[in-house]
Design a protein around this ligand. Structure first.
Ligand code: ARG
Length: 478
């Protein structure tokens, strides 16, 4: 094909056209600037399709094998970066086919038998999304691992637990970290669900109605690692649920990351001082020499907008779109590429931050002791030792807090006489529940913050995650 052919009139679909697209059409129409990313998937799909056509006798064996050889050659050109993509050829599918024609001649024209770009692009895109799900799942697991290891290390490190961002009850830092391990596990569950539901192969649905050729859709589905072919040809080419689902799941994941990022940002401030990050993850200010800014955490927090934005954007592309394929659907790719790659980077960055963070147990303990954080323990003592109804105990504990506050001291600093002035039955034993260590150690209910619980949970997670990871050497060290 000559360059002028390419520019003036698309030789692949241009049979009924007498003139080429206008300059503005050439601007708005192509997707190759972004869908080149699908090249490996596109070639895998064409490989499977050509093999099936050969097996079913729809094309002859010699053509099937020269198509396969040509496709392999194109793949290596693309991997080597020597392939020249043409915007005039619109998209990845036609770039591959045009090059195949250059390489093997007329046999290339047989590859598109019994398929359309509509089922082809749906299949390519599903393969991309599936690969990304697998990558994100692994990255979530690595983050869980980093958190569980740190949690084990910090199983008895006392910090304030917050509600309303007000000091509420003491917890351990390990417990706090394990909360994120749980969230990430739900995230992974959502990714796995999406993968399972989406793992049906649209190839062979052709343009929208199926085909009269005796194709074997089970064969191509199996060759491409799908569980089965999709059951309705119209749905096959118009479905983008698999992309929406992963964006929805990814949005929830990045929301989790943003909450943790926000906490890190607060905790590294001199006002909190709970954590330090190394120079590797902070930046200085060009004017204020004392600054250490937690840029990585701030960026993770901010990436949330892009990922939720992608979900919203794709939802609006699909809203009210009649069946089956419309060119609108070409707008599905950029937000998905951007969002999933962004999430992947955010997960890697968060894992690195967790490994890097240095908690300050003294600052955390000091903060845990302020704000009358053991007032609930005091009330619980009144209930269990004096058999008081919890509501009454809550009231008395409140009065004791007020007394301590007016004296500018902590609960543990009140004298027994002062306590008895409010509740005469209180005895010396009360002081055994007012320390933060005692408070956390007493919370042994399942899922509670007691260090022995946290240690056990963290150990269980480490064991589970290690087993899940297996001995795959490509995974590298955590
Ligand atoms: N580039 C197109 C896309 O990404 C491929 C499908 C084109 N199909 C068509 N009927 N024009 O959606």
């Amino acid at each position: 094909m000559s360059e002028s052919d390419k520019e003036s009139n698309n030789v692949i679909w241009g049979g009924r056209f007498s003139s080429g697209p206008s300059a503005i059409m050439q601007e708005i129409n192509p997707s190759i600037d972004f869908d080149w990313k699908l090249f490996a998937h596109d070639i895998a799909v064409s490989r499977a399709h050509a093999f099936m056509l050969g097996e079913r006798g729809i094309i002859d064996a010699a053509d099937a094998s020269s198509i396969a050889i040509g496709l392999d050659r194109i793949l290596s050109e693309m991997n080597a970066g020597t392939f020249s993509f043409s915007r005039a050829l619109e998209d990845i599918h036609m770039n591959v086919e045009a090059r195949l024609t250059e390489l093997i001649g007329p046999a290339a024209g047989r590859l598109h038998t019994a398929r359309s770009r509509n089922d082809q692009v749906a299949t390519d895109f599903k393969l991309y999304v599936r690969d990304m799900i697998d990558r994100l799942n692994t990255q979530c697991r690595r983050l869980q691992w980093a958190l569980a290891v740190k949690a084990l290390d910090c199983a008895d490190m006392v910090m304030p637990g917050f509600t309303h961002l007000q000091s509420a009850q003491p917890v351990t830092f390990g417990h706090h970290l394990l909360a994120y391990v749980e969230m990430l596990h739900r995230d992974r569950g959502r990714f796995s669900d999406a993968r399972r539901r989406g793992n049906e192969c649209p190839l062979g649905a052709a343009a929208l109605a199926g085909t009269s050729f005796p194709i074997d859709r089970y064969m191509t589905a199996e060759l491409l690692g799908f569980d089965r072919p999709t059951a309705n040809s119209l749905d096959s080419v118009s479905d983008r649920d698999f992309a929406l689902e992963v964006l929805a799941a990814g949005t929830i994941t990045v929301l989790h990351l943003s909450r943790f990022a926000e906490e890190i940002i607060l905790w590294v401030t001199p006002q909190f001082g709970f954590l330090k990050l190394s120079d590797a993850f902070t930046t200085g200010s060009s004017i204020m020499p004392q600054k250490r800014n937690p840029d990585a955490a701030e960026l993770i927090r901010a990436k949330t907008g892009r990922i939720l934005g992608a979900f919203t954007g794709l939802s609006l592309v699909l809203k009210a779109l009649p069946l089956s394929y419309s060119k609108d659907m070409q707008e599905d790719k950029e937000p998905v590429f951007d969002a999933l790659e962004t999430l992947s980077l955010a997960l890697c960055a968060m894992t690195a931050l967790v490994k890097d963070m240095q908690p300050d147990p003294v600052a955390m303990r000091r903060a845990a002791m302020s704000g009358f954080s053991t007032a609930t323990d005091l009330a619980d003592w009144l209930v269990s030792r004096l058999s008081m109804p919890f509501r009454d105990a809550h009231h008395i504990a409140g009065r004791l807090v007020a007394l301590a506050e007016s004296g500018g001291v902590g609960l543990q600093d009140l004298s027994l006489a002062q306590m008895q002035s409010i509740e005469p039955c209180i005895n010396e034993d009360i002081f055994s529940v007012l320390s933060v260590e005692q408070s956390v150690s007493s919370r042994i209910s399942y899922g509670g913050t007691a260090p022995e619980n946290v240690r056990k949970m963290a150990e269980n997670w480490c064991e589970f995650l290690k087993e899940e990871r297996g001995s795959d050497p490509s995974e590298g060290p955590y």
